[in-house]
Design a protein around this ligand. Structure first.
Ligand code: GRG
Length: 291
């Protein structure tokens, strides 16, 4: 996995930075957009796209880099808006000051708007055939829009005022976090011209991976860092929160994480990808066994 990242990420970063830098947009807007994109992040969504292309021996050319970059732009918009005072009111993101802390609230809203719109624009600027472009734009719009991430965010905010049951929480997670990870898998499949049945399996892999990702995030929230996993955690740090540990307790959350990883692995077996780079993505949930 480390080799794959070392191989893929420099050209991804360079291509994304160059794309933003070449835009003929207002300088402050360009600076604000580039700031949040370039301060870091794990790049898990673009890496999934590139890993699926690698699995299918589809060259990682400028079109793949553009589709991967466009997803990171869209993801970054969601983080900028999520950090705003009206939402999570966070001062730090990716270890640095949040966009609105550096550029002001109006600029941060507009930087997010710019990145969201650019994500679709960038797909149209690729050399992909029209069908691939339309398919990518359609699935991205569904994943990111009111039937996907935006509704997940609304349900999450509304959920803060009440107690959710597991089904309701799972639905929030599926839309807020899972939708873009599922799209990453679909995009990799579309770019690789995967067969319909393989696309279905990739979507299912994305859904299981997305749920595991969010449960893991919930667990990390409680235990703070992977290194600290296994340390005793105060009960009141967990309870009364709309999270997997909040509803199921820490042990129950670990079990659900294990189940989602298992489901994702079974799908990889069906895709004959259980020994591919895609299997390494399940290693992301390191520390899951160290409670
Ligand atoms: C504002 C419409 C709108 C949506 C925001 C993604 C999101 C929806 C909010 C982020 C809040 C959050 C902490 C969600 C939990 C899991 C998650 C998506 C974390 C952020 O993604 P990572 O871990 O972040 O991939 P990096 O910085 O590594 O890219």
């Amino acid at each position: 996995m480390q080799d794959f990242q070392n191989n893929m990420l420099p050209k991804f970063e360079q291509n994304t930075a160059a794309f933003l830098n070449n835009l003929s947009a207002e300088k402050t807007l360009k600076d604000a957009m580039a700031y949040s994109v370039e301060i870091g992040g794990k790049r898990i969504r673009p890496l999934i796209i590139m890993a699926i292309c690698s699995f299918y021996n589809r060259p990682i050319d400028n079109d793949v880099l553009a589709v991967a970059g466009s997803l990171e732009l869209l993801h970054t918009y969601s983080l900028i808006h999520d950090d705003l005072p009206e939402m999570d009111n966070d001062d730090l993101r990716r270890g640095k000051a949040t966009n609105h802390k550096v550029f002001g609230q109006a600029e941060a809203v507009l930087a997010g708007d710019g990145l969201l719109t650019l994500a679709f624009d960038w797909i149209t600027r690729t050399g992909l055939n029209s069908k691939s472009k339309i398919d990518l734009i359609a699935v991205l719009a569904e994943a990111a829009g009111p039937e996907g991430m935006v509704s997940g965010q609304v349900a999450d905010i509304e959920g803060e005022r009440k107690t959710l049951n597991l089904e309701q929480l799972k639905k929030v997670h599926e839309r807020k976090t899972g939708a873009l990870l599922k799209y990453a898998c679909q995009a990799g499949g579309i770019l690789s011209e995967a067969k319909d049945n393989e696309l279905d399996l990739l979507v299912n892999f994305g859904a299981s991976f997305g749920l595991a990702f969010q449960i893991y995030d919930d667990i990390l929230d409680v235990v703070s860092t992977t290194k600290e996993m296994g340390k005793a955690v105060h009960k009141d740090e967990i309870e009364n929160k709309n999270t997997y540990p909040g509803i199921l307790g820490l042990d129950g959350a670990y079990q659900s994480l294990e189940q989602s990883i298992e489901e994702a692995h079974k799908i990889l077996v069906k895709l004959n990808a259980d020994e591919s780079i895609l299997a390494d993505f399940l290693e992301y949930f390191k520390g899951k066994d160290s409670k």
